[in-house]
Design a protein around this ligand. Structure first.
Ligand SMILES: Cc1cc2nc3c(=O)[nH]c(=O)nc-3n(C[C@H](O)[C@H](O)[C@H](O)COP(=O)(O)OP(=O)(O)OC[C@H]3O[C@@H](n4cnc5c(N)ncnc54)[C@H](O)[C@@H]3O)c2cc1C
Length: 298
C-alpha cells in the first residue's frame, strides 16, 4: 500500500490534536477540522497518569505539560473518609519511561500546549468546520466539508468525541449510555501545603481534590444523578454544595467558597465502546469516538 499523503483529522480534542501532532511529526500532510468556532476547551482540570504522560512525551509536549501543570512527584493519593479521617495512602507508580506518576493540569492549558505544537509543525487547522459526508471506499476518501468544498484525503481519522458523527459509518448506530453518575467540578486557589491527590469517600459519593497548577487545584465530586436531568448553570454552585453537604475535612473550605463567581462545571457521565474493528475503508476512529470510559478508573 502506498504511503498516505493527505490525512484529515476530525475533532481537535486531546485525541485529535495528539494524532495530528504524531502524524505531522512523521512528515504526513495533516489537516485538522474542529466544529467549534474558537479554540476554546472546557476548563476545570484533568489528571494524567504515567501511560498518558508517556504518550505526551512521544508527541514531544511532555516538558511543556509539566511546566503548565502540577506534578505529584511521589504519586501520593490520600484516601480519607467524608469527614477527613485517614483511610489509606496509596502511591501511583512511575511509568517505565520514568515519567512522574501523576500530573494535574487545566484542560485549557493542555490545549494551549497542544496548539503550540500543532502550529510549530505547520498543521492546517480549520475551525468552525465539520464534515457533512465521507465516502470511504476506493483510492481516496472523498470528504464533503461544511463549507461546501469537496476534498480528497488518503485517510480520515475520526476523533470527534463520544457523540461522534463519523462512528456510525464504522459501527452502525451506537449511542452513548448514561452511567447514572454526574460529576461536579470546580477550580480553586491551591493552599501551598496541598501537594497530593486526595480522594474522600462518602456513602455513594466521592469527592476528590487535585492540584492542577502552582496556584490552582480542582475539586471533583461524583454522585448518582437521575437520567436526563440537566441543571441551569446558575443553580450549579448551590447544587454542588448541597450534593456534598456532609463532607468536611480538606474539602470543606472549597465547598464553602462555591458561589456565583465560581468556575464550575457539571457533566452527566456517559460511556460508549465501539465493537472492533475501529476502521472501515479509509476511516479510522480514535479516542472517545471509539472508546469513552468513565473517569472513575484511576
Ligand atoms: C467528567 C470527566 C472527567 C474526566 N477526567 C479525566 C481525567 O482526569 N483524566 C483523563 O485522562 N481522562 C479524563 N476523562 C476522559 C477524557 O476527558 C476523554 O477521554 C478525552 O477528553 C477524550 O478526548 P477526545 O479527543 O477523544 O474527545 P473530545 O475531547 O470530546 O474531543 C472531540 C472534539 O471533536 C469536536 N467535534 C465533534 N464533532 C465534530 C465534527 N462533526 N466535526 C468537527 N469536530 C467535531 C468537538 O468539538 C471536540 O473538540 C474525563 C471524562 C469526563 C466525562
Amino acid at each position: 500500500m502506498r504511503r498516505p499523503e493527505r490525512i484529515l483529522v476530525v475533532g481537535a480534542g486531546i485525541a485529535g490534536c495528539s494524532a495530528a501532532i504524531a502524524l505531522a511529526s512523521q512528515g504526513f500532510g495533516v489537516t485538522l477540522v474542529e466544529k467549534q468556532a474558537e479554540w476554546r476547551f472546557q476548563s476545570s482540570g484533568i489528571f494524567i497518569y504515567g501511560n498518558g504522560l508517556e504518550a505526551l512525551r512521544a508527541v514531544g509536549v511532555l516538558p511543556r505539560i509539566l511546566e503548565a501543570g502540577f506534578a505529584i512527584e511521589d504519586g501520593r493519593n490520600v484516601y480519607l473518609d467524608h469527614l477527613g479521617a485517614p483511610i489509606v495512602d496509596v502511591f501511583y507508580p512511575r511509568s517505565q519511561g520514568g515519567a512522574v506518576p501523576i500530573v494535574g493540569i487545566k484542560r485549557s492549558e493542555m490545549h494551549r500546549v497542544l496548539a503550540d505544537r500543532l502550529s510549530a509543525l505547520g498543521v492546517e487547522i480549520w475551525l468552525a468546520t465539520t464534515v457533512e459526508r465521507v465516502d470511504t471506499e476506493g483510492e481516496h476518501a472523498r470528504v464533503l466539508l461544511s463549507d461546501g468544498t469537496a476534498q480528497a484525503f488518503d485517510l480520515v481519522v475520526g476523533a470527534d468525541g463520544i457523540r461522534s458523527q463519523l462512528r456510525e459509518q464504522v459501527t452502525g448506530p451506537l449511542a452513548p449510555r448514561y452511567t447514572g453518575f454526574g460529576v461536579w467540578r470546580s477550580v480553586h486557589e491551591r493552599p501551598r501545603a496541598l501537594v497530593a491527590k486526595i480522594m474522600m469517600m462518602g456513602i455513594g459519593k466521592r469527592l476528590g481534590i487535585m492540584p492542577i497548577a502552582d496556584d490552582r487545584l480542582y475539586l471533583f465530586g461524583t454522585v448518582a444523578e437521575p437520567a436526563g436531568r440537566w441543571y441551569p448553570k446558575e443553580e450549579w454552585p448551590a447544587r454542588m454544595r448541597e450534593r456534598f453537604a456532609e463532607f468536611g475535612g480538606p474539602a470543606r473550605p472549597f465547598l464553602d467558597q462555591l458561589g456565583a463567581d465560581s468556575e464550575l462545571l457539571y457533566t452527566a457521565v456517559e460511556e460508549v465502546q465501539a465493537p472492533l474493528p475501529w476502521h472501515a475503508g479509509r476511516l479510522l476512529l480514535i479516542g472517545d469516538a471509539a472508546h469513552a470510559s468513565t473517569p472513575f478508573m484511576g
